[in-house]
Design a protein around this ligand. Sequence first.
Ligand SMILES: NC(=O)c1ccc[n+]([C@@H]2O[C@H](COP(=O)([O-])OP(=O)(O)OC[C@H]3O[C@@H](n4cnc5c(N)ncnc54)[C@H](O)[C@@H]3O)[C@@H](O)[C@H]2O)c1
Length: 250
Amino acid sequence: MTDTTTLSGKTALVTGALGGIGTAICDALAADGLRLVLADLDEVRLREMAARMPAGAYPLAMDIGNADAVAEGCERMRREFGPVDVLVNNAGILSNNKLETAGAEEWRRVMAVNLDGAFYLSQQCVPHMKRQRWGRIVNIASWAWKAGGLTAGTAYTASKGGMVSLTFSIAREFAGCGITANGIAPCYVMTPMVSEQLTEEQRANLLASIPVGRFCEPGEIAHAVRFLVSPMAGFITGEIVDMNGGLQFD
Ligand SMILES: NC(=O)c1ccc[n+]([C@@H]2O[C@H](COP(=O)([O-])OP(=O)(O)OC[C@H]3O[C@@H](n4cnc5c(N)ncnc54)[C@H](O)[C@@H]3O)[C@@H](O)[C@H]2O)c1
């Protein structure tokens, strides 16, 4: 029987573990005593990161946009490290092209990583959660899903809208099985996605428009994840937590 009163000793799989937000999420969950499955692309860096996780970690190098790679990687993970109790679909890629300039290849790749990956991983992780009647899924979407994307492009914006619908669908389907599915919709978190992929002018304009007067910090997203996966958050499902510094209230 799984102990539903504590996170300590449970296992969380975090995709995009090497990124700005992913690393902060892994550090926060490790501090709560979780074992981590670190999923990203660079095997060497994943091994280095796994070595510094206090409660144990498993490096899982795979392209989450590839169904076969995810199936094979998750099978190996279950054999060598065990099943997953908490899934954080965080990996994502940004593209800024709007409708008239976004190509078919860009559309497919962004959808594959941002949306298909979350679908494949949810499919892989839900059966164990269902068996033990406890599980947590958190999807890192984006404010773009309802704002239409200010700087973000059409494929990115649509992929995040899809992720929100995927969250609702999973929340609805498994509410009676002890599994919650929630999302976080951040905007402009200080990671390379903002520091390197936006121009100086875009950053200055954005900063002026965010009511709290600064960009979000990765640790603040991690804090929200920590809350959503906590034992006492079991009545919250199908919720998308806005983290937009007051840009939009609803
Ligand atoms: N930074 C922001 O302002 C912001 C705003 C809203 C939403 N988000 C979302 O937060 C999430 C994390 O973003 P971040 O800012 O930390 O970005 P990041 O670029 O720092 O990290 C993304 C990580 O995902 C990994 N990744 C990319 N493609 C992958 C694939 N095919 N398979 C496995 N791993 C892959 C990358 O290697 C990287 O480590 C993303 O989903 C992003 O869309 C970010």
